[in-house]
Design a protein around this ligand. Sequence first.
Ligand code: SF4
Length: 634
Amino acid sequence: MKGYANNILYINLRTGKTKTEPLGEEMARKFLGGAGFGIKMITDYQRPNTDAFDPENPIVYSCGTFCGMMVSGSASKWGVAAKSPQSQGLGESYSTGFFGSELRRAGYDIVVVTGKAERPSYLYLEDDSVQILDASHLWGKNNWDTEDIIKSDLGDPGVRVASIGPAGEKLVRFSAIINDRLRAAGRTGMGAVMGSKNLKAVAVRGFNDVEVADVDGFKEMALEIYEKTKGPETEKYRNLGTAANVLTLNKQAAMPTRNWQDAVFEKADKISGEASNEMYVEKIQACDSCGMRCEHVAVVREGPFKGAIGRVEYEPSYAFGSCTGVDRPDAIVRAVQLCDLYGTDALSTGVVVAFAMEAYEKGIITKEDTGGIELEFGNAEGMCDMVEKIALREDIGDLLAEGVERAAAKLGKGSEKFAMHIKGVEMTGYDVRGLKTCALGYAVSRRGADHQRHGAYGPDLGGQVDRFKAEKGRGQLVIDGEDLYSVMDSLIICKFSRRIWDYESYAKMYTLATGIPMTAEEMRRCGERISNLGKIYNLREGIGREKDTLPIRCMTDPIKSGVAKGSLVTQEELDLLLDDYYETRGWSKEGIPSDAKLKELGLESYAGYLEDLKNTDSKKKSGKKKTTKKTKRD
Ligand code: SF4
């Protein structure tokens, strides 16, 4: 098979044993790469109901299909999947930079790591050589130092490193994996899973060629895509990056403010992409082979945050800006840098700090708990100090490191009403109260609160539907987005280039690269298959309909100002949206895929997991013992 490296590498950190297996054409054709590979591997190789921090919880690193192939916006995308320490359901996250292309050149499509190393260790993969090396001297080091030391130890600046910082070592539940200094696989706590395995980093170096099936055809199409990524459809990302969304979303009353007490930030102009660009952005750079060049790197040259370096993006501008009430771009850059250094998900971290700010203002936590920080909304220095305390688990940071769901459960006193999470994963920056299609997308998102699983803000904000109305038909819109994003996260194509692709062009590029014939409809079907398998995994791990919900605040506290004033999502509206979505998916009212749907998607071998679920109640009543389908490991 061309395109792929055709290898799955398995590493057991406890025994030190490694083995490789061929990828196989069926796996490639049905699951593509990235998300598809990650979800398939953890479903097959993780024993049901294994705890996220159990050494036997496998962590799976996977290349996007076009890794190492010079496809603009796709050449170095990689993914990581494991059971999430936040949701205890599907954990998945994606990153970019240069790590993915190096992993493919080293000769691997997928790397599966199980077990826990006896002492801090890191992996070094260089072509056929797989080494588990001592990382005692790296333990406690931040991500940037870790990368530098590994490159120096190995004597090769071309080595690419994906590592965890002190937060991952200390099992902060929303820890990230950082690669190429500024790039993060941030969501769902994959860094904490590495920490639980004593795995500090994965370093890769590869010298293999990546061969494509149709060299001329591929070259022609790659050039065409490259030119398009420099065209008008991606202009916004080149000019301001995603931070361009700050003013747009604020105007639409969709920018959650002060821990979602409102959806309009009165100081949005101060933290806008325009303001940051003018004051702090010094460099614009790109991931491997990308013509869009969206990475706006800011450097703070003076003031209390002097020396801070970080990427300017919409989501951190929400998490560390409007959500915490902080109106200083230099503080946001510093907070982002701290997340990169210590290794936490910037999104979750900002929302956790905002939660703590509200708890502080309500007297649920005190200055004694915070170690002396006056943690009111808008306190920029206090916010940055708290980011460090969370990463190092100091003072109240130790509890906050568990995430808002667990922290609220411990703090009580009504704090669960303002814990902004879905399935234990903190909310990203679209205020769903006035975006009803998007609200459904968030509720059913397989990895917890997230806009990146469906992009369902599009129909709401683009005027395709009445954003304030919950009605039948929204299920199909969310499904279309989910299946498309499942394909994008498997091939892995940068979402910023989504307007220049369609199923037809994904399929064409796939066939040119791999030689595997693929039609647009087959490609769409891959997306549906991957979405369904993600659901099956979650159902098996106990994530059912009751978890397809929204934060309490989104269902009880209306937006206070702006064009969405008065909006919220009622339980009735959510039920209507969920029923419509499940039915359109071909799932039962409880969200269980039918046998016919499994057969249609070639997933019938997973029916056993669902049989157990369907029969749980009747078996309990009759006293029959539950049978559990075996995994490949058994
Ligand atoms: S658009 Fe930005 S994030 Fe996407 S591949 Fe290009 S540089 Fe990387």
